[in-house]
Ligand binder design. Structure first.
Ligand code: ZN
Ligand code: MN
Length: 473
């Protein structure tokens, strides 16, 4: 008999607001410990929180993108627990009336579409960080306290590690294109906890465990395979699964029990008395809907439909928000979608790799590139000159017109100059000309090369070819 794996994910996404959820402190990553704190986020008695309006705005963005229902009267609750990274000894979170419920994330697995349900999305504040010193000391850094989070809780609809990773990749893409989270797993701005149980197909749900400390998609896949095998092994030996929270150790490739899993009542949740209920009126919701950024999925469809791009090209362009933005700027400026797509997926990606630059660090003058596309499509520069000039713009922010003039890269359309060059080549190479006239096609390539060389590569190839054919008749 086989076992079925049942997985639900709790994803924490740090929102890319510049200030924290309940105070004006900076949310920037890192910094000297305890320099981005104030009495509010340090949990001093007597302080009061003020909600950052962007946090519910971003939550609504995600909720609308995933087809959730938006709670018109949303409430904050206190989740009480004592841990040194939480100076107030409670986290302001949402339990009874989270801002979003329902909705789903569509994933593709082995060519099949599958819909993964969303249980809820709630807003909450992040905790600080413990820093363990070399002498066994532990230090506290509260800079991260109060950084806004969205917790996205899926339904237990996932059935394998591959499905979990596909779900996370899709969610990551949506968060990035909505421009609400930078999704840097290495900096902890996107974190996932895995709830997993196994059962006989069609049978009742088994006891689940929660695995934490997963810092990459690869770690999540490995942790799922490990936990599935561990639970099956226990059950097949007649044992029982203990409901608990486990910590994944990626170096060892195994997890160990941290604490028995708490239930909601263990946190003694109660309504947050320092914050009013959050009322979301129709105007606010309509404004968020109106300003909703276009998602990667919709961009891919539009690129294929409106511009005739291949699915592969559209996928590469939407693999990063910055690449899609550059492509759209180029199309807007030069009106050449196919050549703009070739430029971004070809030369720009090659130069990014060559210079070890991440797409988010890309700073390019789209106007300069659009000028080059125009020059190339209007046959004013050769392909080689086009590539050379792109590189000059990418590496040195060169001015395209000045660069081409300085290097003499304009294509020669001047009939006079072309005819003179062609005539000289035929005179200098009577043997090759005679061979071509006697039917040796190969000789034409040689003569063509000579003529292009004489024009220093700046002759328009079509014009040169025509002149040569006329002369050789
Ligand atoms: Zn603060
Ligand atoms: Mn949480």
């Amino acid at each position: 008999m086989t076992w079925e794996t049942v997985i639900g994910l709790e994803v924490h996404a740090e929102l890319s607001t510049t200030s924290k959820i309940f105070c004006g402190c900076s949310t920037a990553f890192g910094g000297e410990p305890n320099t981005r704190v104030c009495p509010v986020c340090a949990g001093m008695p007597g302080t009061l929180p003020t909600l950052n309006r962007l946090v519910p705005t971003y939550a609504m963005r995600l909720g609308l993108a995933l087809g959730c229902s938006i709670t018109k009267n949303s409430l904050f609750d206190r989740k009480n627990y004592f841990y040194p990274d939480l100076p107030k000894a409670y986290q302001v979170s949402q339990l009874y009336a989270p801002i979003c419920r329902g909705g789903c994330v569509e994933i593709e697995i082995n060519g099949q579409q599958k819909s993964i349900g969303i249980h809820q999305i709630h807003m909450e504040e992040d905790a600080g960080k413990l820093i363990h010193g070399p002498q066994g000391d532990t230090f506290m850094d509260f800079n991260r306290c109060g950084v806004p989070l969205l917790e996205i809780v899926s339904k237990p609809d996932l059935r394998s590690g591959a499905e979990a990773v596909a779900y996370l990749e899709k969610l990551r893409e949506i968060l990035l294109f909505l421009d609400i989270c930078d999704c840097k797993m290495q900096e902890g701005s996107l974190r996932a906890d895995v709830n997993l149980s196994v059962r006989r197909p069609g049978g009742p749900l088994g006891v689940r465990t929660e695995t934490k400390n997963l810092n990459s998609f690869k770690a999540i896949g490995r942790a799922i395979a490990y936990e599935r095998a561990r639970q099956i092994n226990i059950l097949e030996k007649g044992g029982v699964i203990v409901q608990e929270t486990r910590r994944w150790d990626d170096d060892k490739g195994s997890s160990s029990g941290m604490r028995s899993k708490e239930n909601a009542q263990d946190y003694r949740y109660f309504p947050e008395p320092d914050l009013l209920p959050l009322r979301i009126d129709d105007d606010w919701l309509a404004a968020v809907q109106r300003d909703l950024p276009e998602l990667a999925h919709d961009k891919r469809q539009r690129y294929a439909l409106n511009y005739g791009l291949s699915p592969q090209e559209a996928a590469v362009l939407t693999s990063h928000t910055r690449l899609a933005a550059l492509f759209e700027e180029l199309v807007a400026q030069c009106g050449e979608p196919l050549e703009s797509a070739h430029l971004v997926t070809g030369e720009i990606l090659r130069l990014l790799r060559q210079t070890n630059t991440l797409p988010e660090a890309l700073s390019l003058d789209a106007h300069k590139l659009a000028t080059l596309i125009k020059l190339f499509t209007e046959n004013k520069i050769s392909r080689a000159a086009y590539k050379e000039a792109i590189e000059a713009v990418f590496l040195h922010d060169a001015d395209p017109a000045a660069y081409i003039a300085e290097k003499g890269l304009q294509l020669q359309h001047d009939d006079e100059a072309i005819h003179r060059a062609v005539q000289a080549v035929i005179q200098d190479n009577p043997g090759a000309a005679a061979e071509y006239r006697a039917g040796k096609e190969k000789a034409f390539g040689f003569l063509m090369g000579q003529a292009m060389a004489r024009l220093h590569g700046a002759g328009d190839p079509a014009s040169v070819k025509q002149a040569l054919l006329t002369r050789l008749r």
